[in-house]
Ligand binder design. Structure first.
Ligand code: ZN
Length: 452
């Protein structure tokens, strides 16, 4: 037997551990994961020369088509993702129309025409009708993941409709009965954040720290606790997106010990930057905000304690930020190409995080949480051949050329992806993304019974 692609002589890392060997691929799937002498020959053979071979990164949290046209974002941003070793992205998308069905059909079709890698959706609850539509959405789109937003004051600059506890309770009550269903919540206390924003605005401050201080960490911790209470009452799985506060993960862990199915996600920026970093200004506004060094280190401790189980990029390309008014600035940054190098540099090299833990957080847990495992997030025969080869010692400076705001420009990072395989196809190598890969990705959230 001859496989299409064989990568051998690698340090193969999964969430469960590592060994020396490689992976054989036929078509879009993995056919063997083994020591070198047990692998078949391949039409294309790659000698990894000891580099680390990981499952492709599954980024469960990004936003595309928010400011720039959706088709354009799906094309150029997924190319950036492929260069960062990301092989699947899940988009949190919002729609204020009564129904999500036409929106899904349009977004899926346009996405499939443009993407370099696989993608799927979570839907934001933005009006009562969306809660009632959940069973039909599941049936007709296959999307089983719904998001509710707190912390957005009535005049927020991106037009998000904030949730009420009623919406959350009703959504969770419905989703609890859906196999594989999960509810994500942006946890910040809307009322307190709105009040404090008024106070901080009145001081005339325009520094990034003022934005952070207008929505303190306790706003997040309080809402995480409240959402855990509702998840426990309803029996609904809860995914806490973009956690910034070190006080939140221990609450989730206590709840897990009581049997509540709750997962804490954080993002690379909350693990690497603070709102008081001297090179950052209001353009580094993110929702929720960057915090101080204590919270950063507290989040790392929560990772080492096993309390933070998932990583998302929260990548969102906005038009160039104006840097004129802190309170009107749109929140959000881009990070697809640097997520893996940031985590390897700050986690693996600097703090001794085992690579298998990194794989657990950026492939295995997102795949399981959002119903993609073991087709994705696993290195085993039958799984999609989503792979990334990483040079752990390669050192390079961050240079940002594309859309959106980058808060890492000029940082020296060690540990870069050198080759990315998405469903069997090499989409990134020698520093280049294959332009012919655009339109080859597939939507992974699809109605059941429709084959991929
Ligand atoms: Zn987000």
């Amino acid at each position: 037997m001859k496989a299409d692609l064989v990568i051998r002589n690698a340090r193969v890392v999964t969430h469960a551990g590592e060994f020396h060997g490689g992976v054989a691929v036929e078509g879009e799937r993995i056919v063997a994961v083994a020591a070198d002498d047990a692998l078949p020959n391949g039409t294309r053979e790659i000698d990894a020369d000891g580099l680390a071979l990981l499952p492709g990164v599954i980024d469960p949290h990004c936003h595309l088509g928010v400011n720039y046209p959706y088709d354009e974002d799906m094309r150029d941003q997924t190319a950036a993702a492929a260069s960062g070793g990301i092989t699947t992205i899940l988009l949190y998308i919002r729609n204020k129309a009564e129904s999500y069905i036409p929106f899904y059909e349009e977004r899926r079709a346009v996405g499939e025409e443009n993407v370099h890698i696989d993608f799927g959706f979570h839907f934001g609850i933005q009006r009562e009708e969306h809660v009632y539509e959940i069973p039909r959405i599941v049936e007709e789109t296959g999307v089983r993941s719904f998001k509710l937003y707190f912390g957005y004051e009535p005049d927020n600059p991106i037009g998000i409709v904030p949730a009420t506890d009623g919406w959350v309770y009703a959504t969770m009550r419905t989703v609890a009965g859906i196999p594989g269903g999960v509810v994500s919540v942006h946890c910040e206390n809307t009322g307190i954040a709105t009040w404090l924003k008024g106070e901080l605005m009145a001081t005339g401050r325009q520094d990034l720290g003022a934005y952070t201080e207008s929505r303190p960490a306790f706003c997040e911790v309080e809402t995480v606790q409240r959402m855990i209470t509702l998840a426990e009452l309803t029996g609904c799985p809860l995914y806490v997106v973009h956690t910034t506060a070190a006080g939140a993960p221990p609450l989730a862990e206590l709840a897990r010990a009581r049997g509540v199915d709750v997962t804490i996600e954080t993002c690379p920026h909350y693990l690497t930057r603070t709102c008081y970093d001297e090179d950052l200004d209001m353009r580094a506004k993110i929702s929720p905000p960057l915090r101080d060094r204590n919270e950063v280190e507290g989040l790392w401790r929560a990772i080492f304690a096993g309390q933070v189980r998932s990583l998302g990029s929260d990548h969102v390309p906005f038009f160039p930020k104006k840097g004129e008014d802190l309170w009107k600035e749109k929140p959000g940054i881009v990070s697809f190409p640097w997520e893996l190098p940031l985590l390897i540099t700050e986690g693996v090299h600097k703090r001794g995080l085992p690579l298998s833990r990194l794989v657990e957080m950026n492939s295995y847990t997102p795949a399981r949480r959002f119903g993609l495992y073991p087709r994705k997030g696993a290195l085993q025969p039958g799984a999609d051949a989503d792979l990334v080869l990483v040079d752990l010692d390669g050192e390079r400076e961050v240079v940002h050329a594309g859309k959106g705001t980058c808060i890492y420009e000029g940082m020296k990072l060690r540990g870069w992806p050198v080759l990315t395989v998405a469903r069997g196809r090499v989409v990134y190598e020698n520093g280049e993304v294959d332009p012919d890969a655009a339109g080859r990705g597939q939507c992974v959230t699809r109605p059941s019974g429709v084959p991929a």
